[in-house]
Ligand binder design. Sequence first.
Ligand SMILES: Nc1ncnc2c1ncn2[C@@H]1O[C@H](COP(=O)(O)OP(=O)(O)O)[C@@H](O)[C@H]1O
Ligand SMILES: Cc1ncsc1CCOP(=O)(O)O
Ligand SMILES: [Mg+2]
Length: 279
Amino acid sequence: MPDSTNNSSSARFVDGAIPAGLLAAVRSGRPLVHHITNSVTINDCANITICAGAAPVMAEAPEEVAGMVAAAGALVLNIGTLSAAQVEAMLIAGRRANELGIPVVLDPVGVGATEFRTATAHRLLDTLDIAVLKGNAGEIGVLAGTGGSVRGVDSGGVAGDPVETARECARSTGTVVAMTGAIDVVTDGSRVFLVRNGNPAMDRLSGTGCMASSVTAAFVAVADDYAVASAAALAAFGLAGERAACGACGPYTFRTALFDELAGLSPDDLAGHARIEER
Ligand SMILES: Nc1ncnc2c1ncn2[C@@H]1O[C@H](COP(=O)(O)OP(=O)(O)O)[C@@H](O)[C@H]1O
Ligand SMILES: Cc1ncsc1CCOP(=O)(O)O
Ligand SMILES: [Mg+2]
C-alpha cells in the first residue's frame, strides 16, 4: 500500500516558535473548552484540557448547552457514547457556536462501526460548520468515502494513501482534518502538515484520541489558522507522550506521566522539539 508519509525528500519543518507561541497563548488566555463527550474518557478530557493550559466544562443538557457554549473559546463534539438526547444537544450547541464564531472540533469516535454513528457524524458535518474534524485513520477513511476500517472505536487503517485520504476528507467535508496515528496528518485540503511527535504507548491506552481532540480545541480557541493550531496541539500532546514513555512502565503509569508531562511542557520545550513537517 502506498504511504507518502514515508517520503521525506521534500521535508520542510515549521518553525518551532509557531507552536510555542500558540502554547503560550493557551496558557495566558486559558480558554474555556466546552465538551459534549463520551462517558468513558470524560474525566481524562477534563484533566488534559487543564494540563494544556485551558479550562474544561462538560455540559450536555439540551436546556443549557446554548448558554454554556456562549462563554467558550471552543466546542468539542465527541460521539463516543452517543444517545439521541446527546445528538440534540450537539446540534443546539453547534448552531450557537457557529452563530458566535466559536470553533467546533468534531471527534467522530467509532464512525463506520454502526449506522447510528455514521448517520450522526454525517448529520453533524452537514448541519454545522465544523472547524476541525479529528479522527483516527479508520474514522477519517470512512468519512472520506475512500475506505476506512473501524471496529468498535479502533482504527483498522485506510484503504489508500493516508495523506490523500485526509486531503480528500478535508475537501469533501470543508473542514481541517486532523488524522491521528504514528504520524499525524493535518490538512485543510491544500496544505499538509505531518506531525512526527508521539510514542506507541499512546496507542495502548483508551482515551488518547479523545484527549488529542481536547488539546486541539484548546489550541484552535486561540488561533485563526486551524490547521497550524491542530498540528501544534498534536505536536505538544505527542511530545508529552514521548517524555512520559519509559520502556518498563505499564500503561497506567504512562497515563499519569502523560498528564504531568503536558502540564510541565513549556513553550521553549515545544519550540525545540516539535516536529511538524509541511508538505
Ligand atoms: N504508534 C504511535 N506512535 C506515536 N504516536 C501515536 C501512535 N499511535 C497513536 N499516537 C498518538 O496518540 C494519539 C491518539 O491517536 P490514535 O491512537 O490514532 O487515536 P484513537 O485513540 O482515536 O484511535 C495521537 O496524539 C497520536 O499522535
Ligand atoms: C472505549 C470507548 N468506547 C466508547 S468511547 C470510548 C473511548 C475511546 O477513546 P479513544 O478513541 O480516545 O481511544
Ligand atoms: Mg487511543
